[in-house]
Design a protein around this ligand. Structure first.
Ligand SMILES: *Cc1c(COP(=O)(O)O)cnc(C)c1O
Length: 368
């Protein structure tokens, strides 16, 4: 599904040197490397960046920083990775689901609007698989109803959101807060765990930085209850090197996706990932839909081709979330997607031979 080692080999000299530098310094925690990386990413995104331990923490810290009260409602999608919803539940907030668009897998603005109540305090769109959710209408809803907009941009670092007036901003930098993950397989992947929080609001940035550092104000003075969530120096050093090649890596992903598009578009039984005019696509995943999903996955496996189902279950039907009171049929689009989606191998090191082989096997399956 991804070739982390192959990608490393293309940057080996620089990454090895950067890691050695940290080891020699023995400044594994809170070194200048982390601040350097934060600054580099901040230049790239044109917003404040606070590094933290992982993407789940990024979401948790974001919602701690907003100062919401237990029982406050946050509207999000049931078709996402569990972390999006888990942190809300952990903080005593109430996840309220809205269904997604069948083509983009992202929150449907009409469903979001319908889900707003007097208790709603935030909207939490997820930019699934590398394409931004339809943010502009959600920004308008947030303004109208005085809500926070928090972006789960864990899968979409580098994606551009395109506003109706033509201006562009990076996904994750548009809402009040954006959350990112550097999990190894993500668009910008570390060699371990890592995460970051983005905000254009200086006051929020200071609160977030304090929360991620035990709620500290000055040394051994604590102004709020916080957590311990930091990116370590080795990860920061690796990420700094990889950030230099990030645009090139995105182009490689887009090229592989274009190849899939071109060669799969003739197959009636496959629905290709939809593109929209309000977002670029950085293809964290290339996800097709087909009614013969399980059979196709088995066939690919027999031919030595990995594929993954993201996500085989919707969150409102998971055992742990029964307390929310949802039932089967509540979000039919998401429920159907869980039965039909299949993500194909997509990474920066895919060769034409590999792509040709994958296409040939898929064509063979659908000609049967
Ligand atoms: C990966 C991911 C996260 C969590 O990131 P971790 O670094 O694994 O904690 C959150 N939300 C989404 C949509 C993700 O894909």
């Amino acid at each position: 599904m991804c070739d982390t080692y192959g990608q490393y080999l293309t940057m080996k000299v620089e990454i090895d040197a950067a890691m050695q530098e940290v080891i020699k310094s023995t400044q594994f925690i809170k070194s200048g490397k982390v601040l350097e990386f934060e600054n580099e990413l901040s230049n790239y995104l044109q917003t404040n960046v606070i590094a933290c331990a992982n993407g789940t923490d990024a979401l948790q810290i974001a919602f701690m920083a907003l100062g919401l009260q237990p029982g406050d409602e946050v509207i999000t999608t049931p078709f996402t990775f569990i972390a999006t919803v888990e942190v809300l539940a952990l903080l005593g907030l109430k996840p309220v689901f809205a269904d997604v668009y069948p083509g983009t897998f992202n929150l449907n603005k009409k469903e979001v609007e319908k889900a707003i109540t007097l208790k709603t305090k935030a909207i939490l769109p997820v930019h699934l698989f590398g394409q931004c959710a339809y943010l502009e209408p959600m920004l308008n809803l947030a303004e109208k109803h005085n809500l926070f907009l928090v972006e789960d941009a864990a899968q979409a670092l580098g994606t551009d959101y395109i506003f109706s007036d033509g201006t562009q901003k990076k996904g994750g930098t548009i809402g009040h807060i954006g959350c990112n993950s550097f999990f190894p397989s993500k668009n910008l992947g570390a060699f371990g765990d890592g995460g970051a929080i983005f905000t254009g609001d200086e006051k929020l940035a200071a609160i977030i930085r304090s929360i991620a550092n035990h709620g500290m104000k000055a040394k051994y003075q604590y102004e709020r209850i916080g957590v311990n969530s930091r990116l370590d120096s080795i990860q920061a050093a690796v990420l700094s090197v990889k950030l230099k090649y990030f645009e090139k890596h995105i182009k490689a992903r887009q090229k592989a996706a274009a190849w899939y598009d071109e060669h799969l578009k003739g197959i009636q039984e496959i629905q290709l990932p939809q593109r929209v005019n309000y977002s670029t696509h950085t293809f964290h995943q290339y996800t097709i839909q087909t009614n013969r999903r399980n059979e196709l996955q088995q066939f690919l496996k027999e031919k030595g081709i990995p594929s993954m189902v993201y996500y085989p279950g919707v969150i409102h039907l998971q055992e742990a979330y029964q307390f929310l009171g949802y039932k089967k049929g509540d979000f039919p689009v998401s429920e159907n997607l869980a039965e039909t989606v299949l993500s194909l191998p997509l990474h920066t090191e895919l060769t034409e031979e590999q792509l040709e082989y994958i296409i040939r096997v898929i064509q063979e399956f659908f000609s049967k």
